[in-house]
Ligand binder design. Structure first.
Ligand code: C2E
Ligand code: MG
Ligand code: MG
Length: 298
């Protein structure tokens, strides 16, 4: 910077970048940092408006039981349709929402929308579908999380047993002892819990036994090459065996081919989710699909 104001502004940008990397870091300022800081600022203010402007939409991806060949649940996945930016994938805005705290109102909105939709499907006589909602780290740390979930269930009149919350390993393991308490409060409401992206974080297998969870979702990275990569296959198989011996359900994520399905079926995996069965769809499209009677692809 050529003047004091610019220097201080740039130093501040570098400082916040260093903070993002955790403690005990230093960071020199570079020009592209400012561009991204500016972009982030733009994105943040747009994201703030997104909820109010109704730009967020919840899509639903079926979870299929391999034994019955039917849809047993759906996972709610948020989408952001910005008038100029187009569709912004959650991978691009969830981390920002998490950092800024916007994930709290957004997450509550997704939860309410998904529960209301699940209730609507029940009323339409479309099989008792369970709905799974992703919970971020920030949401899990909210003191009033349990109250919020209870209130949303109350408002939407959805039976608690039809709601599943998905948490990643790293979120649960951050403070495992405290998490156990939190998770028990949640399951006391009657809802179910799933560990998302299982196998990618670091799990204490000892704690796994004490967590009141119902299912482990095997991360897509182990499924994607399951028919070529013996290591990935071995891990998927081990997770399925682990789940089964702990009395948990294993759900395979990101199943894209018949071969993957057959391998996983051979390992004893009961539930799957992925493009092979169905992509995430807006509620009305999924309603139509459910009404027509969905069947396992050939
Ligand atoms: P996730 O919870 O692990 O969701 C699974 C992701 O895999 C989704 O991506 C889904 O569209 C994608 N997927 C499903 N089947 C296949 C497949 O066969 N092949 C491939 N290549 N991908 C598949 P999406 O919707 O982009 O969401 C990405 C992540 O964003 C989610 O990962 C979740 O961590 C987060 N996310 C999405 N919605 C929410 C939300 O409402 N709240 C929070 N906190 N996080 C959310
Ligand atoms: Mg998930
Ligand atoms: Mg996942």
């Amino acid at each position: 910077g050529d003047d004091a104001d610019t220097l201080i502004k740039n130093a501040d940008t570098a400082l916040s970048r260093a903070k993002e990397q955790g403690r005990n870091h230093f960071q020199f300022y570079t020009n592209d940092m400012n561009a991204t800081a500016f972009e982030r600022l733009m994105l943040e203010s747009r994201l703030r408006q997104a909820l109010e402007q109704g730009e967020l939409v919840v899509y639903y991806q079926p979870q299929v039981s391999i034994e019955t060949g039917g849809i047993v649940g759906v996972e709610a996945l948020v989408r952001w349709f910005h008038p100029d930016l187009g569709m912004v994938p959650p991978g691009d805005f969830i981390p920002l929402a998490e950092e800024t705290g916007l994930i709290v109102p957004i997450g509550e909105w997704v939860l309410r929308t998904a529960c209301r939709q699940a209730k609507r499907w029940h009323e339409m006589g479309l099989a008792p579908l369970r709905v799974a909602v992703n919970l971020s780290a920030r949401q899990f740390q909210q003191r009033d999380l349990v109250d919020t979930v209870a209130r949303v269930l109350d408002e939407t009149v959805l039976p608690a047993a039809d709601l599943e919350l998905e948490l990643t390993e790293s979120v649960i393991m951050r403070d495992a002892a405290e998490s156990v308490r939190r998770l028990r409060e949640l399951t006391a409401l009657g809802i179910h819990l799933a560990v998302d992206d299982f196998g990618t974080g670091y799990s204490s297998l000892g704690y796994l036994r004490t967590f009141p969870i119902r299912s482990l979702k095997i991360d897509r990275s182990f499924i994607v090459d399951i028919d070529h990569d013996p290591n990935g296959a071995a891990i998927a198989q081990a997770i399925i065996a682990l789940a089964s011996s702990l009395g948990l359900k294993a759900i395979a994520e990101g199943v894209e081919t018949r071969e993957q399905l057959e391998i996983l079926r051979g390992y004893g995996c009961q539930e799957m989710q992925g493009y092979y069965f169905c992509r995430p769809l807006p509620a009305d499209e999924l309603s139509a699909l459910l009404r027509e009677g969905w069947r396992l692809p050939p």
